[in-house]
Ligand binder design. Structure first.
Ligand code: IPM
Ligand code: MG
Length: 372
């Protein structure tokens, strides 16, 4: 028996390429793990009408954690057109399997570190060290959406909120509603994780990024909860900013910020911007973490046009492996891996196309292995 069972989910597109790089590094590290292949991604949507088959969920339930590459996701109408002919017209709706996994396994923390490694020619500035805590299960990505708007729902909404009468004349099939659901529990646990992380790694501030002046109820709740949680961490200062202004300040003074905590969609946005500050999505890793299960992935998508070409920068994937090792408690291995990654970046000899080089995905993995 191995110490760990890791669900192995390459997904599709460059997910497959970067997961191969991950395996090279994990084998070199001699992690005592079994890697259990699990189906997820676009081809299972097209073939079976489900990008996250039940058998994958069953496998995940037997695993310590999961490692995930990338998947193609498309808006619902485009996705429906790509279904196998026998599945067409059955009312199947595509929804992102990674968002599904996050909700199904209650992986409420989306941990997204963005660090400028010295010598990376793509760094916007060299002193950036940001960690985004994105709430991962609720907010605007809760999946509670309506179209057409059912009449009963409209009646109730109008009864409880007179602002709804503004839309009285619009027929139900001309209104779409996506609910931004924030719960006190959801807010509390993600904000607490952000503060605990700041304390553990010595960050002096936690920045709550919301928009309570407009989203009075949902961002308002995040703000109230943050102020309460902050009281338990007197050594850490709580900064409160609005999402729009924060985007500007992140470009202007990125080194002012350390730990950022925010709701699901804002976190999706802030984390892409932060990734770009440290070289782009090729350097951004992501941990979807719950109380006793987690799935690690690069923040980037599947880039289908590069699939199978081994061009993609595997650094994001390998940093996700590093997050996984940390989560497993294999901190020495995690540090060794990060140091090796940093050395290869600093040396600048082996670089993928995004960094101006012509090395392949796997050449980068082998170069990192040599530094281990
Ligand atoms: C991310 C991605 C996903 C998300 C997509 C692929 C559904 O953008 O992990 O940031 O929105 O969460
Ligand atoms: Mg995203």
């Amino acid at each position: 028996m191995t110490k760990y069972r890791i669900a192995w989910m390459p997904g599709d597109g460059i997910g497959v390429d970067v997961m191969e790089a991950a395996r090279i590094v994990l084998d070199a590290l001699e992690l005592d793990a079994e890697y259990v292949p699990a189906d997820i991604g676009w081809e299972f949507w097209c073939r079976e009408g489900n990008p996250l088959p039940q058998r994958t969920i069953d496998i995940l339930q037997t695993c310590t954690c999961g490692l995930f590459g990338a998947i193609t996701s498309k808006p619902k109408d485009e996705a429906a057109l790509e279904l196998a002919p026998e599945l067409q017209g059955k009312g199947l709706t595509y929804s992102s399997p990674i968002v599904g996994l996050r909700q199904l396994f209650d992986l409420y923390t989306n941990l997204r570190p963005c660090k400028a490694y010295p010598g990376n020619p793509l760094n916007y500035r060299d002193d950036i060290d940001l960690v985004v805590f994105r709430e991962n299960t609720e907010g605007l990505y809760s999946g509670v959406e309506f179209h057409p708007l059912p009449g009963e729902l409209r009646t109730i909404m109008t009864k409880y909120n007179p602002r709804m009468t503004r839309f009285e004349d619009i027929p139900g099939d001309e209104i779409s509603v996506s609910l931004r659901v924030i719960t006190m529990r959801g807010a509390r646990r993600i904000i607490k994780k952000a503060f605990e992380y700041a304390r553990q790694y010595g960050y002096p501030t936690v920045t709550l990024v919301e928009k309570p002046n407009v989203l009075r109820e949902t961002s308002g709740m995040m703000t109230r909860v943050a102020r309460t949680v902050a009281k338990n961490f007197p050594q850490i200062e709580l900064w409160e900013t609005n999402i729009d202004a924060q985007m500007m300040w992140l470009l202007k003074n990125p080194d002012d910020y350390g730990v950022i905590v925010t709701s699901n969609m804002f976190g999706d946005i802030v984390s892409d911007l932060s990734a770009q500050l440290v070289g782009g999505l090729g350097f951004a890793s992501s941990g979807n973490i719950g109380d006793d299960f987690a799935v690690f992935e690069p923040t980037h998508g599947s880039a289908p046009k590069y699939a199978g070409q081994y061009k993609a920068n595997p650094t994001a994937m390998l940093l996700a492996v590093k997050l996984m090792l940390n989560w497993l408690g294999e901190t020495e291995m995690a540090e060794a891996l990060e140091t090796a990654i940093a050395k290869v970046i600093a040396e600048g000899k082996v670089r993928t196309y995004d960094m101006g080089g012509d090395s392949s995905t796997l050449e980068v993995a082998h170069a990192i292995v040599e530094k281990l």
